[in-house]
Design a protein around this ligand. Structure first.
Ligand code: M6R
Length: 593
């Protein structure tokens, strides 16, 4: 994971700007932070910990120099320590590197470099990179050639930013299987892991491809070269996201802001209907659909299965992206593989996309403009959720669902359902008004150890997504289960210490789920019911009911019904004193397999 930034500024200090940019990348990792600038020597400040804590201790912005590189780390090789923090330098402290990705052959390279006399200070895979560059510069190559040669030695994934005291006024970036973009103003040049990191500085963005090298040069500006070293003319995209769209807007956390932005995110995504119709026209003769995704996007895919199978007579598979390579044998040109990924950079999903591209048609449903998935899939549909910063996916999930509903409606030619779909944002707004009631429920249950979430049909993936939200931001153990499956094993775990969240919209599965609610109540479980406010069983005294409108029937429940579950997790997280935007061990974008 990790986030990297580099910049060359005109006549102002780079470190405060790098600090500001790297803070916007903190969702990518927060094990450590560091900044390096070339001055008389390499000026370097770095340490383990969250950015604000390290900044308070080291005053990260107080480094001289008008250019530099910065990093936030999500540890893969080596525990979070100062030594393992980036940037990493070569033996002579003349080259400095920040890296996002994993170097798979670092052990062999490290042994080789140690035999050559190089001295290592960290346990990271990254540290081989400055030493390799040092080796090639010592052989007489310039920085550009040395970076190229060093990266040719690497196996794995990387996005790098490098500078050397021997070639002042220059920062080099290069990428393979990890994201990197460049940006520029008249006389200020940037590179970063994603667009929001530098959006306050510039909205002129250049998307880079694998193998390309970007050179930020004080005199020549931003130059991009291909693998052979030829200059490539790149399009400069003007991004219309405002920096405010990527900031908290008065909410305590990004996650809460993003939960409240959901009606708008769904409306904006539904406005993309024309884009979806166009894709539907292009993907004729499809006899099978296979959804592939991870985490929350996987849950959106499961809703897709229930929906497509309700509206169309074609088989639908849903495969976890990390499992796809072990099950992709039956793909063919009549199969449409739909990859759902908010970031468009998830390593498992990208790997699946590459496998699927060889055998079938591919469609990526993505939130981040210009991300890798959008460049590699045959067809692309954008969710219009805007930037999502909280690690827990919320508004991107409901936007993915909005896309899936549109796609299913157009593919099945059941346009009469559009009217119903268009009512959903309003229903979500009504649910958001129930936040005070959900806060009281959150306080009542904040100290329990285990939770079950149950539902049937469309509500089963909703239960799974509710449980995932609770796990990731409250650290409470939670399981999302098919309500009918409880009696086949997990019922043994139910007692008065294990509350059960029951997702019970009106519809086909309603009565059977209520029977399952009765089963858990009979075993002493406290129930939090999410269902119709007119439902007698749910209105019983021993149930905490989050009562929703009757009109939200099962088929259209997936989007509105997730809202109270997100709010429940958010408020339990806050009540427990956890920062829901930065849950431990997790990062927003998982760029390693
Ligand atoms: O960017 P993607 O949609 O591909 O990400 C997939 C998962 O990593 C992601 O949904 C993850 O599960 C979320 N943090 C859950 O809230």
């Amino acid at each position: 994971m990790c986030g990297i930034v580099g910049c060359i500024l005109n006549d102002k200090k780079a470190a405060p700007v790098l600090l500001e940019c790297v803070k916007r990348l903190e969702y990518r990792g927060y094990d450590s932070v560091g900044i390096a600038t070339p001055y008389n020597e390499i000026e370097l400040k770095k340490d383990k910990g969250k950015i604000d804590d390290v900044d308070q201790k080291l005053n990260l912005g107080d480094i001289p120099g008008n250019m530099g590189i910065a990093h936030v780390r999500w540890a893969t090789h080596g525990i979070p320590t100062r030594e393992n923090s980036h940037p990493h330098n070569d033996c002579k402290n003349r080259i400095s590197v920040v890296h996002n990705g994993i170097i798979e052959n670092y052990k062999e390279l490290k042994d080789e470099l140690i035999r050559e006399g190089h001295l290592f200070k960290s346990e990271t895979d990254t540290e081989v990179i400055p030493h390799l560059i040092e080796r090639y510069m010592d052989e007489g190559h310039d920085l550009e050639e040395s970076v190229r040669k060093a990266t040719n030695d690497l196996q794995g994934s990387f996005a790098l930013a490098v500078f050397s005291l021997d070639e002042p006024g220059k920062i080099i970036g290069i990428l393979k299987d990890s994201p990197l973009i460049a940006g520029k103003n008249e006389s200020e040049y940037f590179l970063a892991s994603d667009v929001p990191a530098i959006l306050k500085q510039t909205n002129n963005i250049i998307y880079l491809k694998d193998g390309e090298m970007v050179i930020l040069d004080e005199k020549e500006g931003v130059v991009v070269k291909d693998v052979e070293g030829n200059v490539v003319e790149k399009e400069v995209h003007i991004i219309d996201w405002t920096p405010e769209m990527a900031e908290k807007g008065g909410y305590d956390h990004f996650m809460l802001k993003e939960i409240h932005e959901q009606p708008k995110a769904v409306r904006d995504t539904l406005m993309g209907a024309e884009e979806i119709k166009k894709v539907v026209k292009e993907i004729k003769s499809i006899k099978r659909i296979c959804f592939v995704a991870c985490g929350t996007s996987y849950h959106a895919s499961l809703i897709g299965k229930y929906l497509f199978e309700s509206l169309m007579d074609i088989p639908i598979d849903v495969v976890l992206a990390s499992e796809f390579e072990y099950s992709a044998n039956t793909l063919n040109q009549e199969t449409l593989v739909i990859l759902i990924t908010q970031s468009g950079e998830t390593a498992d999903t990208l790997k699946s996309l590459r496998i699927a591209n060889k055998k079938s048609k591919t469609l990526a449903i993505v939130n981040v403009l210009g991300s890798r998935a959008t460049r590699e899939a045959d067809h692309v549909i954008y969710t219009h959720a805007g930037p999502e910063i909280g690690v827990a996916a919320t508004k991107t999930y409901v936007s993915q669902l909005a896309c899936i509903y549109l796609l299913a409606i157009y593919m099945s030619k059941k346009e009469e359902l559009l009217e119903r779909l268009n009512q959903i944002p309003e229903e979500m707004e009504k649910i958001l008004k129930k936040e005070d009631q959900i806060i009281s429920i959150a306080h009542k249950y904040k100290d329990v150890q285990d939770f079950f979430f149950i539902g049937r049909g469309f509500s089963y993936p909703t239960a799974m997504e509710g449980a995932l939200k609770l796990k990731e931001i409250t650290y409470i153990h939670a399981e999302g289960y098919a309500a009918g499956e409880l009696k086949h094993g997990p019922l043994a775990l139910i007692d008065d210490e294990v509350p059960v969240v029951a997702v019970v919209p009106p519809g086909k599965s309603h009565d059977k789920t209520l029977s399952n609610v009765e089963e858990v109540r009979a075993r002493g479980a406290h129930v939090i019911g999410v269902g119709s406010k007119k439902d007698d069983v749910l209105r019983s005294e021993t149930v905490d009911l989050i009562g929703l409108d009757d009109e939200i029937d099962e088929m259209f429940s997936a989007i509105p019904y997730i809202v109270p579950l997100q709010l429940l997790s958010y408020h339990i997280s806050v009540a427990k004193g956890i920062d829901p935007d930065k849950p431990k061990n997790l990062a927003k974008c998982v760029t390693v397999e």
